[in-house]
Write a protein that binds this ligand. Structure first.
Ligand code: GLA
Length: 361
């Protein structure tokens, strides 16, 4: 008997680097997903194989941080986090397959964690609510793999629904569905994969997080979410930390503004907020690159309502909200501009909000 569990990648529509600041974000789950197939065999080892790699990695059930690295480290991290939380994990054969691109900023790691977690808990007949699943998957990533990421990616993968964006409040840890069907309004969501990723992305991410935490501590608050008036930031003496904090405050507001614009079916306004978010990530948070900036502003110049980098930063993907009639022109303009600048050919596709994680028949 084997169990198959699927978990998608995600695109964050807006709300970047707000999750670990107890703020707001608005992701969607992608149609691309990772599938974990698990066959329990009564042993004390999970042997993990991936369609993207040769051979298989034996992971003892009593694995601990530092035990396994590479892609199988995420699998080992999930095993470890489940056992640390007191849940039984059966041994067996685990196979990973799927079509979430790796290293594009679309959360292939969260998709992997959530798929493995879903398959193992189903095999052990354990029922966890989705918030608990997200926390365990995050624990695997933070404490086993060692990446200090927030809860955005896992919640998006677990809660996704078709034609729906997810308004996440990371202070209350609540997820509210928001109608998101641009195609029903003659608008396309283009996903533009730059096919480039900064090598030091992990270190830069940790630095941004440390800046935000320093700013909150200097202001005497538990998180930047508690700062409601940007005027308060003038008390910060470190100009870099002040700029990072300004991004977080303005980005939280833009998430709420996008939700209001979607409710009003005002896609041009949603697009303007995307573009403002990109400018804030470029100027205040300093997580974009020349390559990514070129893609985003070319899309807007060619007729997109707006465009922004999505995900942790330093490469990865740009999303552009584009009137259907302009979609081909925008894609062609982006391809031309990046080719003239000597960057690799981007991957451009239309994307949409798809179903979140779950068991497959
Ligand atoms: C990465 C992290 C998330 C989040 C985003 C930025 O995707 O995994 O937790 O911080 O970056 O919004």
């Amino acid at each position: 008997m084997s169990i198959r569990y699927a978990a998608p990648g995600r695109v964050n529509l807006i709300g970047e680097h707000t999750d670990y600041n107890s703020g707001f974000a608005l992701p969607i789950a992608l149609p691309q997903r990772t599938v974990a197939t698990f066959a329990p065999d009564g042993s004390e080892v999970i042997s993990a194989a991936s369609a993207n790699a040769d051979g298989s990695t034996p992971i003892p059930l009593d694995t601990a941080p530092g035990g396994v690295d590479g892609w199988a480290g995420y699998v080992a991290g999930v095993i470890w986090a489940l056992r640390e939380a007191g849940h039984p994990v059966p041994g067996g054969r685990l196979t990973i397959d799927g079509d979430v691109p790796i290293g594009s900023g679309l959360s292939s790691s969260a998709a992997l964690e959530c798929a493995v977690l879903g398959a193992l808990t189903a095999a052990a007949d354990i029922t966890l609510d989705r918030i608990e699943q997200a926390r365990l998957a995050q624990r695997a990533e933070n404490d086993y793999v060692g990446a200090p990421t927030g809860l955005l990616d896992q919640l998006a993968s677990l809660f996704g629904e078709p034609a729906t964006a997810l308004l996440i409040d990371f202070r209350e840890i609540t997820v509210r569905p928001v109608d998101f069907d641009p195609y029903g309004h003659g608008v396309a969501l283009l996903l533009i994969d730059s096919r480039s990723r900064h090598e030091h992305v992990g270190g830069e991410y940790a630095q941004r997080r440390a800046s935000c935490e320093r700013a909150a501590a200097a202001l005497g608050v538990a998180s930047l979410r508690e700062v409601t008036d940007a005027e308060a930031l003038t008390a910060l003496t470190d100009p870099t930390d002040a700029r990072r904090a300004r991004h977080v405050l303005s980005e939280n507001q833009r998430v709420l503004d996008v939700v209001a614009a979607l409710a009003a079916e005002d896609y041009p306004a949603v697009g303007r907020l995307f573009t403002e978010s990109h400018a804030s990530m470029r100027e205040d948070f300093a997580i974009t690159t020349d390559h990514i900036d070129l893609i985003a502003h070319t899309a807007v110049d060619a007729g997109a309502f707006g465009a922004r980098m999505t995900g942790g930063g330093f490469g990865g993907c740009v999303i552009a909200l584009v009137p259907e009639a302009r979609a081909k022109t925008v894609a062609a303009a982006v391809r031309k501009a990046v080719s003239e600048a000597g960057y690799p050919e981007p991957g451009i596709s239309r994307t949409y909000a798809a179903q979140g994680a779950g068991l497959l028949p």
